[in-house]
Write a protein that binds this ligand. Structure first.
Ligand code: SER
Length: 623
């Protein structure tokens, strides 16, 4: 089946059930300063979920364009894409579980012909601390649906994803209870992370079993939420009926909503019984086009990743440009730039070193012409933007490569790497990617210290550092100081080990924190970092202080900056949970809270900006 066939079947099915079809909103949200891109179907519909009347009524069906920036680096497997289309059906205070689950089941099995045998479902296990019960009603409905399809489906309590890997699944088990991390949906994630006034609710997901062999590198046993690729999520029915109150508790919304979202390309892949979404027509036309340009085959394992990155990135860039975003160094434009540049690098890897990416626009515009005629109407403009960006980047690459080739004896000093960055616009990431191809070793540590001295951070005095940048020793300041350690650990988790502290200043109002990172951090990543800190706070983890020789601390991987400013024996603060989870481990002079439970409030990153070349600055508060 083609993507359009599946889309049309879905629209027809829900129109038959009284839904009004509405067009996709733009990829860049209107009136929502908190995010650069629409990342879920519910964002544009938020006011109606909260009670405003939708002009088309209480039953809506749509497919929404979405982009998830956090997936950029992950592209390369058979099912993730940065740009995707989310099929959605919406009950705005109208029907609920009893209609939603049977409809989706019928759509999958009768309209698309998926075998019920290949479907596995998950439901919400409940959240005692917030007084939200487990979703037994959905389990009753699922059992009945499977029974009617001749399948005895038993339910089983899993809990967390980690528990899933431990417990695995037994014969007959088909309905799985997971905790809020997996089966609760809100824009901010789990209940603890939701701001006051945010709606959310339990959800029930459907997974398609592609029957591939479990890969133990993901965990001991396979289960529906395992990442090995056997099970792919194809739909999520969110029962959006709660709202967070001022006092942190949850209350029922005035209306019960259904927010269903299903990845259109994944559903198509399931209908085709082929787990590779890049074989679905809309991506496959790009793969075939690149195959012609490069003379390489997508079937060769060594080329697969490059084909996928190019196909994903160029399609995403095309959809951004048609929605009015052009390549630039800031905000949304920066992502278009990054997508095109990464695609160029992978074209190079396939041996196409000429400006050709714009030729991909024609097949994409053609395959999507029924749903997005604007792609054809604006084809020339889109081609021009892509062409200009590719040309500019190829020029930068050429100049940078020349510099790189000058590296003596296969070594690039920290200073040279820094000049490449500051003068030639070559991020360290790119230098590191090219270096092995040229047999060059890069002095990364040297680069970092160049960066630091460039910012004259060496001026920051030792005594000041020993106080961790704290302006006073007040209680709130101390809480914020411990939260700042958690934030650094979170930043390193989501942005990588290249992140180190480059400065900090903490008052009783807020923490201001500078760290090494070459580019803007998008809101979604900041949200994840916030989530990390807040998870650690609710985990009631202990703060342990130990003293050890500086060399030992350094060698055991303790995170720290400005090592040279510390004495031979140093203090290492570790934030560790009762079950042994290490949330943070850092060189520091204190002071800190004794337990993360002493950090009062919810941690919120309020600002992210550039501090100086290669250094970002965030401000965060406890509220
Ligand atoms: N809001 C849910 C999601 O994005 C379902 O649409 O997964």
């Amino acid at each position: 089946m083609t993507l359009e066939e599946v889309r049309n079947k879905y629209f027809e099915f829900f129109e038959k059930h009284g839904h009004a079809l509405v067009p996709s909103a733009l990829l860049t949200p209107e009136n929502d300063p908190t995010t650069l891109f629409v990342g879920s179907g519910m964002q544009p519909l938020l006011p109606y979920l909260l009670g405003e009347r939708h002009p088309k009524g209480v039953r809506i069906v749509n497919s929404q364009k979405a982009f998830r920036a956090e997936d950029i680096e992950e592209i390369g497997d058979n099912r993730h894409t940065t740009f995707f289309e989310m099929l959605g059906n919406w009950s705005l205070g109208d029907y609920f579980k009893e209609e939603q689950l049977p409809w989706f089941f019928e759509f999958l099995t009768s309209e698309l012909g998926l075998s019920p045998d290949k479907l596995y479902v998950t439901v919400f296990a409940g959240d005692e601390s917030n007084g939200i019960p487990k979703d037994e009603a959905s389990v009753v409905i699922w059992k009945k649906l499977f029974k009617e399809a001749g399948i005895e489906a038993s339910d089983v309590f899993i809990g967390s994803e980690e528990d899933g890997y431990k417990k695995g699944m037994k014969e007959g088990e088909r309905i799985f209870y997971y905790d809020a991390k997996k089966n609760w949906w809100s824009r901010a994630g789990v209940p603890e992370n939701m701001p006051v006034g945010e709606p959310g609710g339990p959800d029930s997901e459907v997974f398609y079993d592609f029957g591939t062999k479990h890969d133990k590198s993901f965990g001991e046993h396979c289960h529906p939420n395992c990442d090995c690729g056997r099970f792919v999520e194809i739909g999520n029915s969110v029962f959006m009926e709660y709202i967070k109150k001022e006092d942190g508790s949850f209350e029922k919304l005035a209306q019960k909503n259904v927010d269903f979202g299903g990845g259109l390309i994944r559903i198509t892949a399931a209908a085709n019984e082929d787990s590779d979404v890049f074989n679905v027509d809309v991506l496959n036309v790009i793969i075939e086009h690149i195959s012609k340009l490069s003379g390489k085959s997508y079937l060769d394992a060594e080329n697969k990743k490059s084909f996928r990155v190019i196909a994903d990135h160029i399609r995403a860039a095309i959809f951004m440009i048609v929605d009015g975003v052009v390549p630039s160094n800031t905000d949304a434009g920066y992502f278009v730039r990054r997508l095109i540049r990464r695609a160029v690098r992978h074209m190079d890897k396939l041996g196409v070193d000429k400006e050709t990416l714009h030729t991909v626009v024609a097949p994409v515009a053609d395959v999507y012409k029924a749903q997005y005629p604007e792609l054809l109407n604006k084809k020339t403009d889109i081609e021009r933007e892509i062409s200009l960006e590719e040309e500019k980047f190829r020029e930068t690459l050429k100049k940078g490569l020349k510099q790189l080739e000058k590296a003596k004896d296969g070594k690039l000093s920290g200073k040279e790497a820094f000049v490449l960055f500051s003068t030639y616009g070559f991020p360290l990431e790119l230098t590191l990617e090219l270096a092995p191809e040229l047999n060059i070793e890069v002095d990364v540590e040297g680069f970092k210290s160049e960066m630091v001295s460039h910012q004259e951070l060496s001026r920051v005095g030792a005594e000041h550092k020993f106080k961790g940048g704290l302006s006073d020793g007040g209680e709130v300041t101390t809480m914020l100081h411990s939260a700042t350690h958690l934030m650094l650990a979170g930043l390193r988790k989501y942005l990588g080990d290249g992140v180190h502290q480059a400065g900090s200043n903490i008052t009783s109002e807020r923490t201001r924190f500078d760290f090494t990172h070459p580019e803007k951090v998008d809101r979604e990543t900041l949200d994840k970092v916030e989530g990390y800190v807040n998870d650690a706070i609710v985990d009631h983890a202990k703060m342990e202080l130990i003293e050890m020789p500086k060399e030992e601390a350094k060698n055991s991987g303790v995170e720290g900056s400005f090592w040279e400013k510390y004495p031979d024996t140093v203090q290492v603060y570790t934030i560790v949970a009762d079950d042994g989870t290490v949330w943070s481990r850092e060189l520091c002079g204190g002071p800190h809270v004794k337990n993360t439970a002493d950090i009062k409030g919810t941690f919120k990153i309020t600002k992210e900006e550039s501090s100086s070349a290669g250094v970002r600055r965030v401000k965060a508060v406890l509220q």
